[in-house]
Design a protein around this ligand. Structure first.
Ligand code: FAD
Ligand code: UDP
Length: 371
């Protein structure tokens, strides 16, 4: 038997779902999404656990963007619940305000201070490095060695199993450092969660008679039975090419949820543990969803090596991995009937909004190719 589609799309995450929605609704194309997991949404998937608490199964997903185009696009499928993502860091037996801001500085020096005083202190502590080349340099050039060692060095080693010196500046550089009292984890102008959750948003996005979804299926098992014009691939790029240039490195994670008989377990949405425990953070999403329940669910997140049976969660932003990725990217550019889109297919440490932007750009390219 052979099934006919205009597009076969591997993966039902943001990359695959945005493209399916655009191709079906704007160009009238018949799309088949093949997804190996038993649900849509990719890593942004969320669900109500047995206690009735909304949780993110694959780590906390804090939506944020500066792009009006992306807000406008996603708002067709969801209402939003504004969220201020507040995070603390636990070390030396107490909670610290994080990311580093004027409140953190006051805790550090032990007395009230002004922004000007903090800026003057940082100017003394920072190590002058005009063009930071790695994740250690990007932090010490802003706040000096002591704060770097307290909040960044060991967290980063635990998360990536790489020293910050061996990671791109963008890894630690994405954490803001402020001399005012703005203590939000993120700086983008729009910060919100889909009101009914990500999974509900994906259901609305994919609700079209031209979109067919095959769950619990590796695309390689069905490809020989399909006729189609173009393939959109959103899985790991080295897997697509049978690791022909060698395996790309990834970081994996283990998530350990626990439901507790109390309204809240911790004082903030997320607590980071740079220097204690094998886990990097504990997330209590209820702080952001504002669900009113007498119970709560927390999720501890343990970094793990990637290997057989493990999910590839993070591409590793380091020079040697990028060099290997470039070989795959060159090979991918020769595959004219295949688009490689998304975080794993382009091996980039991208946030959800950036992946939506990438998928919309790919749609524009595919549409132009038609005309
Ligand atoms: P994915 O969501 O990974 O989707 C790819 C899909 O392809 C998967 O469902 C996979 O099962 C499927 N697939 C792969 N191979 C095959 C195959 N052979 N056959 C069939 N299906 C296949 N972003 C933010 O903006 N804010 C955050 O707070 C945030 N937190 C994050 C926390 C964690 C722990 C992680 C891992 C990521 C986080 N992200 C966050 C990033 C976000 O998850 C991604 O940007 C986004 O989900 C990527 O979408 P995607 O479609 O590229 O990939
Ligand atoms: N980081 C750190 N200490 C922290 C938080 C983050 O050293 O308390 C570093 C770490 O290397 C981490 C990176 O900054 O991987 C990016 O952090 P973010 O919370 O954005 O990571 P993600 O949510 O993508 O895992």
């Amino acid at each position: 038997m052979s099934w006919k589609f205009d597009y076969v799309i591997v993966g039902a995450g943001f990359a695959g779902s945005v493209l399916a929605e655009r191709l079906a609704t704007q160009l009238g194309k018949r799309c088949l999404i093949v997804e190996k997991r038993n649900h849509i949404g990719g890593n942004a998937y969320d669900r109500y656990d047995p206690a009735g608490v909304l949780i993110h199964d694959y780590g906390p997903h804090y939506f944020r963007t500066n792009s009006d185009r992306i807000i406008e696009y996603l708002s067709r499928f969801t209402e939003w619940q504004p969220a201020e993502y507040k995070i603390l860091s636990w070390t030396d037996g107490k909670y610290w305000q994080f990311p580093i801001n004027l409140n953190t500085y006051e805790q550090w020096v032990g007395h009230p201070a002004t922004s000007a005083e903090m800026a003057a202190a940082l100017a003394q502590w920072r190590i002058p490095i005009p063009n930071p080349q790695n994740s250690e340099e990007v932090i010490v050039s802003q706040v000096g060695t002591a704060l770097y060692e307290k909040f960044f060095k060991n967290y980063t080693r635990k998360q990536w199993q790489h020293d910050p010196k061996d990671l791109d500046p963008s890894v630690c550089g994405r954490i803001p450092i402020r001399t005012n009292r703005d203590d939000r984890y993120l700086s983008e102008k729009f910060q919100a969660l889909p009101q009914a959750g990500y999974t509900a948003m994906f259901h609305r996005m994919l609700h079209d008679p031209l979109i067919h979804i095959l769950l619990k299926t590796d695309y390689r098992a069905v490809l020989p039975h399909l006729q189609f014009g173009h393939l959109i691939y959103t899985g790991p790029i080295d897997e697509y090419f049978d690791h022909c240039f060698g395996a790309l490195p990834y970081r994996s994670l283990r998530f350990e949820p626990e439901t507790l008989e109390c309204e809240f377990y911790q004082p903030a949405l997320q607590v980071n543990y740079p220097n204690d425990h094998a886990y990097t953070r504990i997330v209590e999403l209820k702080h952001a969803t504002r669900q009113r329940l007498p119970v709560t669910t927390i999720v501890r997140e343990y970094p793990e090596a990637y290997g057989p049976g493990k999910e590839a969660y993070y591409p590793i932003p380091a020079p040697d991995a990028q060099a290997l990725y470039r070989q795959y990217a060159e090979r991918a550019a020769t595959e004219k009937q295949v688009s490689f889109v998304g975080r794993l297919a382009t091996y980039r440490y991208y946030n959800m909004d950036q992946v939506v932007g990438m998928a919309l750009a790919e749609f524009d390219k595919l549409r132009n190719r038609q005309s």
